[in-house]
Design a protein around this ligand. Structure first.
Ligand SMILES: Nc1ncnc2c1ncn2[C@@H]1O[C@H](COP(=O)(O)OP(=O)(O)OP(=O)(O)O)[C@@H](O)[C@H]1O
Length: 567
C-alpha cells in the first residue's frame, strides 16, 4: 500500500499500479475507512489525482510558534499605500511587445504580462467573446486602470512553471469567469466574481493564488500562510483543497485544509508549513485565537460563496479572521453565484477598489439560475409531499442505471425522516446534515459521488459549491430559506456545461418566497405554473437580526429551529 496524500484528520493510500489503482481514504484518528475508489489513469483527472509524487513543503524557518501580531504593520501601511498607487499607474511595454501591468499588492512580485498573441488579437474577437458570454466588468477604481483582455485560451496564460498549468489539459478552454477574472487577479486587483453555479469559479480564484505563491520569492515564517481561502462548509473546503492539490502537488506548493468536527493537533502541525490554508471560519478562528496560526502576512484572501460568508451567521467570524490582515497589504477576492444587495456594502468594507465581473447579466437583479437546468415547480398540499417524492424517485431509480438524485430538506430532523422513508421503499440512499459526525458526512458524500448510493438526502449543508459528478435531478422537498439558496441547491445539477433537472415541491407555507421564485423561473425562461402565480409575485426582502436576508417567516404554528453553521 502506498501513501498518496493527506489532509488533517484524513489520509489516502493506494494499492495497484500507477495506471489502475484502488484509492483508500482513512480517518486517521479512528483508523476507520471513509471511502474506496477504483481509479483508472484514463479517467477524467478532475475526479482523481494521478501523480503519485508526495507533495513537498516549500517553507523554511526556525521559529516554532507564531509571534503575537504587531501593530507596526499598520504604521507603515500609509507609506506602502502611496507606493502601491504609484505602482498601479505604471504600465510598460517590454521589448517583446508584452504589456506589463503592475499589481496593487504591496511588496510581492505580482506584475502581469499580457501575452503578445492576446494583445495582437483583433478587438472584434474580444468584443464577440464579451457579448456572447455576457461578460460585464465594473471597475470601482477612480484611477484609470489598464484594460486587460480576457484570457480566452490557455495559450494566453502568463508564463509560469509549466507544471502548474498541466492539469488544465483536461479542459478545452477557460470558462468565461476564469477568462475574465484571471488577468485582473494576476495583476493584483481585488475582484468580485459572479457567475452561474458549476462554471469553474474554484479555479477562477485558485489558479492565480497558486501562481502568485510560486512567483513570490520571499521566504515565509512558519505559521504565516501566504493565502487563506474561506468556505462555508467542511465538504466544500475539502473539495477546494482537492482541486488545489491537483495543481499544487505538481507545482510543489503546500496546501492544507482546516475544518471543525475533527481533532486540532494535526491541523496545528500542518499550519506550521502551509502556504495556502483552505478553511471553514469557526475552526480557523479557534486556531487563530490560540496562536496556532498568524494571518498577518496573508497576501491573498478568498471568500468563496461570498454572500454566505458575509451574512449574519458568519459576519463576525469573518471580521475577526480578517482583522490582522491590513487591507492595503492583501488582495481580496470574492466569488459566488448569487450576490444580494444586502451583503454588497459589507463586502466593500473588506476590499480595495474592487473590480466586479459578472457573467450572464446584472449582479444586482434577482438571483439567476444556471440556464441549462430545467426547473419544474409543483404546488401541492404539504401532506402530499412524501407520496410525490416516492413517485418521482420510482421514476428515476428504475432499471439497471438509476439516476443520481439529490433530495433537499430544510431541517435536520426532516432530512432524517425522509432518508428513513426512502430507505424503507428500497432505494439506495445516504444522508448528509449537521447532526452526523464528520466521518459519516464524508463517507455518505463519497458513497453518493461514487454511485454506491444513488439518492442523497441533504440539508442546506450540501446546497453550495459541492461538485458531485453526474447529478441528474435535484428534488426540493421543502423550499429553502431564501431564493439564493434555491439557486445554489439546484446548481448541484447541470454543472460544467451539462444539462440538469430540478423539481421543487412548493406549498402554501412557502408563499412568502413565491415572488422571488417566479422571477428566477422567468429569468431562466422556465414555465411558471398558474398555481404558483396565485401566491403572488411580490418579492419580500425580509431582514432578521440573526439571519439577515436569509430569514424566512415560517408562521407561528411551527416551533423555531436553530440554524447552525459549520465551524
Ligand atoms: N475551464 C473549464 N472547462 C470545463 N470544466 C471546467 C473548467 N474549469 C473547471 N471545470 C470543472 O467544472 C466543474 C465545476 O467547477 P466549480 O466547482 O469550480 O464550479 P463553481 O462555479 O465554483 O460552482 P458553485 O457555484 O456551485 O460553487 C468542476 O468539475 C471543474 O473541474
Amino acid at each position: 500500500m502506498n501513501f498518496f496524500d493527506s489532509a488533517p484528520g484524513f489520509s489516502r493510500w493506494t494499492i495497484g499500479t500507477p495506471d489502475q489503482f484502488l484509492l483508500i481514504t482513512l480517518e486517521t484518528s479512528r483508523k476507520s475507512l471513509i471511502s474506496l475508489e477504483f481509479c483508472l489513469r484514463s479517467r477524467q483527472p478532475s475526479q482523481h489525482h494521478f501523480n503519485m509524487a508526495k507533495r513537498t513543503h516549500n517553507t523554511e524557518s526556525t521559529e516554532l510558534r507564531p509571534s503575537k501580531k504587531s501593530k507596526s504593520d499598520d504604521k507603515h501601511s500609509g507609506k506602502k499605500e502611496k507606493k502601491e498607487k504609484k505602482d498601479k499607474k505604471e504600465k510598460k511595454a517590454d521589448k517583446n511587445g508584452v504589456d506589463q501591468v503592475t499589481s496593487n499588492t504591496s511588496d510581492e512580485q505580482s506584475g502581469y504580462s499580457q501575452a503578445s498573441a492576446l494583445t495582437n488579437l483583433p478587438q472584434s474577437e474580444i468584443d464577440q467573446f464579451m457579448e456572447e458570454k455576457v461578460v460585464k466588468v465594473t471597475d470601482s477604481s477612480t484611477e484609470s486602470a489598464p484594460q486587460l483582455r480576457p484570457i480566452i485560451s490557455f495559450d494566453y496564460l502568463p508564463p509560469c512553471d509549466e507544471n502548474l498549468y498541466a492539469p488544465l489539459k483536461a479542459f478545452p478552454a477557460p470558462s468565461p469567469i476564469q477568462a475574465a477574472t484571471w488577468p485582473l487577479l494576476f495583476a493584483g486587483r481585488d475582484v468580485i466574481g459572479i457567475a452561474e453555479t458549476g462554471s469553474g469559479k474554484t479555479l477562477g480564484f485558485g489558479l492565480p493564488c497558486l501562481k502568485k505563491l510560486l512567483d513570490s520569492k520571499r521566504p515565509r515564517k512558519p505559521y504565516h500562510p501566504f493565502a487563506v481561502i474561506i468556505s462555508p462548509t467542511r465538504e466544500l473546503a475539502m473539495q477546494i483543497y482537492d482541486q488545489l492539490v491537483k495543481f499544487s502537488h505538481l507545482a510543489k506548493a503546500d496546501v492544507t485544509c482546516i475544518f471543525g468536527g475533527v481533532g486540532k493537533d494535526e491541523q496545528r502541525v500542518a499550519l506550521r508549513t502551509a502556504a495556502i490554508v483552505v478553511a471553514t471560519p469557526g475552526r480557523l478562528k479557534d486556531l487563530q485565537n490560540d496562536e496556532s496560526v498568524d494571518l498577518s502576512k496573508v497576501k491573498y484572501l478568498v471568500l468563496d460563496e461570498a454572500d454566505r460568508m458575509l451574512d449574519k451567521g458568519f459576519e463576525q467570524d469573518i471580521k475577526d479572521i480578517i482583522q490582522p490582515m491590513p487591507v492595503s497589504k492583501r488582495q481580496t477576492v470574492m466569488f459566488t453565484a448569487t450576490w444580494p444587495r444586502s451583503v454588497q456594502d459589507l463586502a466593500a468594507t473588506f476590499m480595495n477598489s474592487p473590480v466586479t465581473v459578472t457573467i450572464g447579466g446584472d449582479p444586482s437583479a434577482d438571483p439567476r439560475a444556471n440556464l441549462r437546468i430545467k426547473q419544474e415547480v409543483e404546488v401541492l398540499d404539504g401532506r402530499e409531499k412524501e407520496n410525490r417524492l416516492i413517485q418521482l424517485l420510482s421514476r428515476s431509480q428504475k432499471g439497471q442505471n438509476p439516476e443520481k438524485v439529490l433530495v433537499f430538506c430544510l431541517y435536520k430532523k426532516e432530512a432524517m425522516r425522509i432518508e428513513r422513508l426512502i430507505k424503507m421503499k428500497g432505494f439506495s440512499v445516504a444522508g448528509i446534515h449537521g447532526d452526523l459526525n464528520q466521518s459519516d458526512r464524508f463517507r455518505n458524500l463519497e458513497a453518493f459521488k461514487s454511485g454506491a448510493a444513488t439518492v442523497l438526502v441533504a440539508t442546506d449543508v450540501a446546497a453550495r459549491g459541492l461538485d458531485i459528478p453526474a447529478v441528474k435531478l435535484v428534488i426540493n422537498v421543502t423550499f429553502p430559506l431564501t431564493v439564493e439558496d434555491y439557486v445554489h441547491r439546484i446548481g448541484r445539477t447541470g454543472r460544467a456545461g451539462a444539462k440538469g433537472h430540478a423539481i421543487t415541491l412548493f406549498t402554501e407555507q412557502d408563499k412568502a418566497l413565491s415572488g422571488g421564485l417566479i422571477n428566477v423561473l422567468k429569468a431562466a425562461k422556465q414555465d411558471v405554473p398558474e398555481s404558483l402565480l396565485k401566491f403572488g409575485t411580490t418579492v419580500k426582502k425580509k431582514q432578521h437580526d440573526a439571519y439577515g436576508a436569509f430569514f424566512k417567516d415560517i408562521g407561528t404554528d411551527k416551533k423555531a429551529t436553530k440554524i447552525t453553521f459549520d465551524d
